[in-house]
Design a protein around this ligand. Structure first.
Ligand SMILES: *Cc1c(COP(=O)(O)O)cnc(C)c1O
Length: 429
């Protein structure tokens, strides 16, 4: 345990030692998944003959940018899809998801989310967020504004997908939306095999709907990706898992070539699509980040499992359980008071490599409907593949913890969080 450099309570260090011991079996699983995914990524690099010439970016229109095209191919190999759009031009995951939805949906179409309400920031995109959109009657360019219909197929009470109800719910859908990760909710993340079950059910009644997966936080957590089990489009952020903690900004869309083409028409313009878009000097880090991603994800997963073990031993409710199968990198710790929640986030920030001296405070983030506190002392601003903690300030004052591009540093960060609770007399051991 890291006792030499920090003044952690010695009892806390003993508990942490015990917590880490409880994680052994999970860590072994995580290592073997990492070995598989790292081999898969390496083989895609070899197959596509990645070379230094791919790292020189382009400017202007970016015609014939061999690095950009090669990266798309590497991505497609890894995701077993027929085409990809991997671009630094996506400003975040929401943007990539928005481009994908607008790219394939047409007026009069029906989009059905089968995993309950989508992630908070998607609600404005769809046009169903009446809470913080005060100018409800003003047209803002949401899907709804363009005449695209939407419905939610609610989750069951235990937070799992209502499989029995799926055929009925998606019969006339043009797009079926699946969110893999739990996001800011307490529902269970979906495993690849859950996604496969949904795909099979959808196809019993609907052969043509586009099945789109919001894969944020899900990449490289399991052996294969949703595009290998029938998802037509898979979308995510490059400052999460597939950027490996290296990539500064961007997102990806991967899937069926015809659909990827339509999304590229939305990102750039109709007829131009993927053929343009200069890479500036981003290509090298996009390749390097993808190469590092399986390792970064395995470190993040270990950090997440350790967080749950530590705070379970400290007396808190945590999800998922330490021994549960993992299909995203998020862990949830229920802290039961606003003071503890804020103190926890302050502690994470204190134990971060960047901006350790900064005090996080709750604020009204765009796209969210209540105050949110975020601790993220990251090399890439807000990158949640790095150790970060965020929480909406509402009962039961649970915090979502994710990331950790090196497990050893994330472990220290989590000890800072526990130590801060002890220092503020919000926890006794
Ligand atoms: C992070 C995330 C998104 C996109 O969020 P951005 O902050 O826009 O990148 C979408 N869905 C889920 C489940 C996420 O975790």
């Amino acid at each position: 345990m890291p006792s030499n450099f920090f003044n952690f309570n010695s009892k806390l260090l003993n508990i942490a030692f015990e917590a880490e011991h409880m994680c052994k079996e999970q860590f072994n699983n995580i290592d073997s998944i990492c070995q598989h995914n790292q081999s898969k990524v390496l083989s895609a690099f070899i197959k596509n003959r990645v070379s230094e010439s791919h790292f020189y970016g382009s400017t202007g229109y970016g015609y014939d940018d061999i690095g950009r095209d090669c990266l798309d191919n590497v991505f497609s190999n890894i995701f077993q899809s027929s085409d990809s759009l991997v671009r630094h031009n996506f400003v975040n995951g929401t943007h990539a998801l928005s481009v994908a939805l607008f790219g394939v949906l047409r007026p009069g179409d029906l989009m059905v989310s089968v995993t309950g309400l989508p992630y908070d920031t998607l609600l404005d995109v769809i046009g169903i967020n009446n809470i913080h959109n005060q100018n409800k009657c003003i047209s803002n360019g949401s899907l709804k504004d363009f005449g695209i219909n939407y419905s939610t197929h609610e989750l069951l009470n235990d937070g799992t997908v209502d499989l029995c109800g799926i055929p009925n719910a998606v019969k006339s859908a043009n797009l079926v939306y699946i969110q893999k990760s739990r996001g800011y909710s307490l529902r269970k993340p979906l495993s690849i095999s859950d996604i496969y079950s949904i795909v099979k059910l959808v196809r019993t009644v609907n052969k043509t709907a586009v099945i789109l997966v919001d894969n944020c936080y899900g990449e490289f957590v399991e052996l294969i990706e949703p595009s290998s089990v029938g998802a037509n489009l898979v979308v995510g952020s490059l400052i999460k898992n597939p950027g490996g903690g290296i990539v500064s900004t961007g997102g990806y869309i991967t899937g069926d070539a015809e659909l990827v083409k339509l999304t590229s028409y939305r990102l750039t313009s109709v007829g131009i699509g993927k053929e343009v878009g200069c890479t500036l000097n981003q290509s090298r880090q996009l390749f390097l980040g993808l190469f590092m991603a399986p390792q970064a994800v395995s470190n993040a997963l270990k950090s997440s499992v350790f967080a749950n073990a530590l705070f379970y031993l400290l007396g808190f409710k945590t999800y998922p359980n330490i021994f549960d199968y993992r299909s995203d990198i998020i862990s949830y710790i229920q802290l039961d008071s606003k003071e503890r929640l804020i103190s926890f986030c302050e502690g994470i920030q204190k134990g971060s490599p960047v901006d350790s001296f900064v005090k996080p405070t709750p604020w009204k983030m765009p796209g969210y409907n209540c105050n949110v506190i975020m601790a993220a002392g990251c090399f890439n601003m807000g990158a949640s593949i790095e150790l970060s903690a965020d929480a909406p300030l509402k009962e039961p004052y649970g915090v979502f913890v994710q990331g950790g591009i090196t497990y050893y540093a994330a472990k220290v960060g989590l000890l800072f969080a526990a130590q801060n609770l002890l220092d503020n007399k919000l926890l006794s051991i």
